[in-house]
Design a binder for this molecule. Structure first.
Ligand code: ATR
Length: 276
């Protein structure tokens, strides 16, 4: 009997943890699956995706830099994918068409609230970045009860576009990156720029970090070191990377594909020591 095929598309993809995470989940249920990383340059992404699904692929995760393209090429989009305009999961529907989902926001909120015991309700949150990663989590933060979301991006137009798309001016608004030193402090700071992934230095004023601040980077490993080092130097009470978010978003994709909810705790605990 052939084994169901899954994949993660990215560029680069060599260091993706998704194959290992999905195999660990599958073992919890005695499911056998084929899950591989597929490196596709942006101009090859759509062709590679269509080939994968035409050859029997069941589901795919999508990571940088393809999340917007994944959302665009799908035939159907979940509400989370529609409003974010980016997708991290593609699924072959029963009629052969492709469905897009975005599990980033829900996964991040679950990591924050359940793993790190953070009550998001009532917080004034600062979101650094307005690209695909930020778009994936902005609505989920508001849904989870943050009182206000201040979006700050190096290019103001992208921050304005995200705030406009959210369309709740009393809760979600923007400030200029150049003014970060003058906007006071926050007790919840979400870092969603790709500076760390791109090995670019991130220069942020220490004054942003409130006395009991919770600082969170959507990335993990080396990419998160710059932000987390800054957060600790600024006196943050908590500074966490997004490794738990990765495992939670993977669990949502796994449930979509297999109809069973994996236990994320042992998978997270097994990965944690490798990432500091
Ligand atoms: P991702 O899917 O990781 O969000 P993206 O959609 O390309 O990738 O968005 C990258 C985000 O990181 C953008 O918000 C970008 O800011 P600009 O819109 O001004 O480009 C931000 N970013 C990238 N490098 C940065 C840097 N060195 N300093 C600050 N922001 C940076």
């Amino acid at each position: 009997m052939s084994v169901a095929q899954f994949a993660v598309f990215g560029h680069p993809i060599a260091h993706s943890l998704s194959p290992q995470i999905h195999q660990d989940f599958a073992r919890q249920f005695g499911i056998r699956l084929d899950y591989r990383g597929i490196d596709a340059a942006p101009d090859q992404f759509e062709v590679a995706v269509r080939e994968f699904f035409a050859n029997g692929g069941v589901g795919a995760n999508v990571t940088l830099p393809h999340k917007a393209a994944a959302c665009a090429l799908a035939d159907q989009r979940s509400e989370a994918a529609t409003r974010a305009g980016v997708a991290n999961v593609l699924t072959r529907l029963p009629d052969g068409r492709l469905g897009a989902h975005n599990t980033d926001g829900a996964g991040m909120v679950r990591d924050l609230t359940e793993r790190h015991n953070m009550d998001l309700r009532g917080h004034d949150a600062l979101l650094l970045g307005a690209g695909g990663a930020a778009q994936g989590v902005a609505w989920a933060l508001l849904d989870a009860g943050v009182q206000t979301l201040t979006i700050v991006n190096r290019s103001p137009a992208a921050a304005d576009a995200l705030a406009d798309a959210i369309g709740e001016p009393a809760r979600a608004h923007t400030r200029y990156w150049e003014d970060l030193g003058e906007i006071g402090s926050y007790d919840l700071i979400i870092h969603a720029t790709s500076a760390g992934v791109l090995h670019q230095p991130l220069s942020l004023p220490l004054s942003l970090v409130g006395a009991r601040a919770f600082c969170y980077d959507l990335s993990y490993g080396e990419a998160a070191i710059g932000f987390l080092t800054w957060a600790r130097a600024a006196g943050a009470l908590h500074a966490y990377d997004g490794l738990g978010m990765l495992v939670e978003t993977a669990a949502d994709a796994f449930e979509l594909w297999h109809g069973q909810r994996p236990d994320t705790a042992p998978v997270y605990q097994a990965l944690r020591p490798q990432y500091g």
